[in-house]
Design a protein. Structure first.
Length: 272
């Protein structure tokens, strides 16, 4: 039996239909991305949840969802917007409770602007963290109650440590860190951030989730693995040192290439 980590993938329910055999063959982890949109969460999503339970009957991999993120930041200065964001995240956690998902991906509040300006304005760093706590307070409590973990994904983050410190500040097992390899590679190529493996090292055992996508350092490509310029051996060498067993989730635009992406990782001897 191979000791290499087993990768999973991010898919909608339609894509689970197509890749169910691949998903089940090694009990791969799954991140469902059918519950992201506000229209879905504000409507009757029970039939989607029932479909998820039916499709995943017998699946023994770990299940998560990508939480809502369109059109907002979790650190908004506007209290009315924060209230909407809190409600949206609670809606996502309601889905998790119904389908048995134990992880929900949310987006980092930090931007490339943050890197140069948080320390340019007195108290800005602390104020952003405080606003994030106000937004997430109820969601974190709900996540604790249902045994779910909110994993904070880097978006524009140039500093690989700042998001880890934010997760730590909640002092809760329901808040951890996610890394998107393509986002980190973009930050490296476009804003001068460290390379992707440095993000892994900075996260350490707070890392519970990784979006695996390839890119060229110029844009958020979500290419199939092996099609870009990410140094995968360095990334997986850093991952191998962790004890937190993060979910390794292939997140690419062309979902037909999910099996090819996992085959590429197997061909270079880093995962299966």
């Amino acid at each position: 039996m191979s000791s290499l980590p087993v990768v999973g993938a991010a898919m909608t329910l339609d894509e689970v239909e197509l890749h169910r055999g691949w998903l089940f063959e090694k009990s791969r982890d799954l991140e469902l991305q059918s519950f992201v949109d506000a229209d879905i969460l504000n409507g009757d999503w029970a039939p989607l949840a029932a479909r998820a339970r039916r499709l995943l009957d017998g699946h023994s991999g770990r299940l998560g969802i990508h939480g809502p993120f369109w059109g907002f930041t979790i650190a908004s200065e506007d209290p009315d917007i924060r209230a909407v964001v809190t409600r949206r995240l609670l809606q996502g956690l309601d889905v998790c409770a119904v389908i048995g998902a134990t992880q929900m991906v949310i987006h980092s509040p930090y931007t490339s602007w943050s890197y140069n300006n948080l320390d340019n304005n007195d108290g800005a760093r602390e104020a952003l963290a405080e606003r994030t706590h106000m937004t997430l307070r109820d969601a974190v409590k709900r996540a604790e109650d249902i045994g779910c973990t909110l994993v904070i994904e880097n978006i524009e983050d140039k500093d690989p440590h700042i998001r880890v410190a934010l997760a730590d500040s909640f002092n809760s097992p329901a808040v951890a860190v996610s890394i998107d390899t393509g986002h980190a590679h973009y930050a490296h190529g476009y804003t001068g951030a460290p390379p992707v493996d440095y993000y892994v090292k900075a996260a350490g055992n707070r890392l519970r989730h990784v979006h695996l996508q390839d890119a060229d350092g110029y844009a958020d490509r979500h290419w199939s693995l092996g099609e870009g310029s990410i140094h995968w051996h360095a990334v997986f060498a850093a991952l191998a040192k962790l004890e937190s067993k993060p979910r390794l989730i292939i997140e690419i635009k062309d979902k037909s290439k999910i099996p090819a992406s996992s085959a590429y990782l197997a061909s270079i001897g880093v995962a299966q």
